[in-house]
Ligand binder design. Structure first.
Ligand SMILES: [Fe+2]
Length: 187
């Protein structure tokens, strides 16, 4: 499919308390060793997708967040509501030298009817990452429409695949995105 670099972003949240940077880095090196042995030609990288739940503060205080290039931290919200302290969290992240990036903003139903809520996050310095699978034909219409609106506003800086299992590749391979991203990065 033409990918030259893959960056894994495993979940770090209260449901996976054992997922911490040390353990994930150890697993990642094991995968890298296996892929080197098989002459896998794609570069690998590791970051994480941090849920802004009650456990996030301790990760932030430890200042050891797993980031994408340029100290970008991928964050996500709980399914049914944005964290009430989101402004404070975005501020604290930036104060600590991180660049927050919200994963799949198009997926949050509590934002769908009001574009200004997205605009507010952009004003607070939050980058957005589109999930390519949000554009798949089997996806909910509200999510697809929201992704189209955000693309039209040019508010996405990054793209992720959201691949969680091999059978999702069949959807990913059918997605055509006619949109140029200023940083030309696909993650
Ligand atoms: Fe997510």
């Amino acid at each position: 499919m033409g990918y030259k670099k893959l960056i894994a972003t495993p979940h770090i949240n209260n449901l996976f308390p054992d997922n911490n940077p040390e353990k994930l880095l150890h697993s990642f090196y094991q995968i890298a060793q296996e892929t080197n042995r098989s002459r896998f030609e794609v570069k690998l990288g590791i970051a994480a997708e941090y849920m802004l739940d009650s456990g996030f503060e301790k990760h932030l205080l430890a200042r050891n967040l797993l980031t994408l290039d340029d100290r970008i931290v991928l964050i996500e919200f709980p399914t049914f509501q944005a964290p009430p302290n989101i402004e404070e969290v975005l501020f604290e992240l930036q104060l600590a030298g991180y660049k927050p990036m919200l994963a799949h903003p198009e997926r949050y139903s509590f934002f769908h009817s009001d574009l200004t809520k997205y605009e507010k996050l952009k004003e607070l310095g939050c980058l957005f990452q589109l999930n390519l699978l949000s554009l798949a034909p089997n996806q909910n219409d509200h999510v697809r429409n929201s992704a189209s609106k955000l693309l039209n506003c040019d508010w996405y800086e990054y793209v992720g695949t959201d691949i969680h299992s091999p059978d999702q590749l069949k959807y990913l391979s059918k997605i055509k995105l006619r949109h140029s991203f200023s940083n030309n990065e696909l993650l």
